[in-house]
Design a protein around this ligand. Structure first.
Ligand SMILES: Nc1nc2c(ncn2[C@@H]2O[C@H](COP(=O)(O)OP(=O)(O)O)[C@@H](O)[C@H]2O)c(=O)[nH]1
Ligand SMILES: [Mg+2]
Length: 291
């Protein structure tokens, strides 16, 4: 199941909205769609990962307007918020709650989901941040609140997970990026390697390679055929385990984690092969490194 949605980034001027968006688009598993051809100039970035697609709408900072142009900017922000299904309300976590925040809160009429994002947490003082948190939790008792730092990349991945939790199943508004499948293979590989290392207690960490030999990707289900290469028969013995218990645990735990993340059923077929020279086998290296 693919999730998707339009998400507005709103807040006061200088709150850290644009910086946050840039940091999100640089996340590890992001597959960024190049700036889409669209008539909606407000669309600032399309974030894709294996879970789905988030179309971000950046908005001008909301402030007490002193000019007609200022009013126009505020209107643009309200318009962006109305056109989305989720709003990230970005608040500068390094300054105390003030009249500008109260103005924003009074003006915002949000009829959909909201996440309060306290940013610049790297600059914040722990006591002040507690006061600020309490205040915004009183303003929006039903909304999740998360502290992030765009500069230190703190909690940004957690924020993306929160966004996907809020979004529903939906279409890809922009075409699936070309490297989606490469990313998917890399992720499956990463999770299987992680389970091997965890479950075999690092008895065979670096002598093992995992390749994804075949992948079928359906709406609701992903099937992957994998090979684990090791260098010695003894390692193969550990990987398979007594009564094939080890390989089963590796497979089940990897399947469980992958399906939770991908929102789909995941079936893995895993073979274990001894290949003393896998590090210098061009066929295996090609699969591993794509070279
Ligand atoms: N230390 C720190 N500075 C930040 C962070 N996020 C944004 N800034 C800085 O805050 C200022 C305003 O950020 P910007 O993203 O332009 O705010 P916007 O007006 O809401 O889009 C810039 O100088 C940023 O470098 C952060 O997480 N930590
Ligand atoms: Mg900005």
């Amino acid at each position: 199941m693919i999730k998707s949605g339009f998400v507005t980034i709103a807040g006061r001027p200088n709150a850290g909205k644009s910086t946050l968006l840039n940091t999100i688009l640089k996340e590890k598993r992001a597959i960024v769609t190049p700036k889409p051809q669209t008539t909606n100039r407000n669309i600032q970035g399309v974030y894709n990962d294996l879970r789905g697609q988030i179309v971000f709408i950046d908005t001008p900072g909301i402030h007490k307007p002193k000019t007609i142009y200022g009013e126009h900017l505020n209107k643009q922000a309200y318009h962006g918020i109305r056109g989305s299904e989720l709003t990230l309300l970005v608040v500068d976590g390094s300054v105390p709650y003030g009249s500008g925040d109260e103005y924003l809160f009074q003006k915002l009429k949000i009829d959909h989901d909201l996440i309060v994002v306290l940013t610049k947490i790297d600059l914040a003082n722990p006591t002040d941040i507690e006061v600020l948190k309490t205040k915004w939790q009183e303003n929006y008792p039903d909304a999740p609140l998360i502290e992030v730092s765009s500069v230190n990349n703190f909690n940004v991945e957690e924020l993306i997970t929160l966004i996907f939790d809020k979004l529903e199943e939906g279409p890809l508004y922009f075409p699936e990026p070309e490297d989606y499948e490469v990313k998917l293979e890399q992720y499956i590989n990463e999770i299987v390697r992680e389970k091997i290392i965890m479950l075999t207690h690092e008895e065979i960490p670096y002598s093992v390679a995992v390749t994804v030999d075949h992948l079928t990707k359906g709406e609701k289900k992903i099937e992957a055929y994998l090979t684990i290469y090791c260098e010695k028969e003894s390692q193969k013995g550990i990987l398979i385990g007594k009564g094939a218990k080890m390989i089963k645990r590796i497979r089940l735990q990897a399947q469980y984690e992958l399906s939770a993340y991908l929102n789909k059923d995941v079936l893995l077929e895993i073979m274990v092969k001894v290949e003393p020279m896998w590090r210098s086998d061009p066929k295996i290296l090609k699969k591993l490194l794509g070279v």
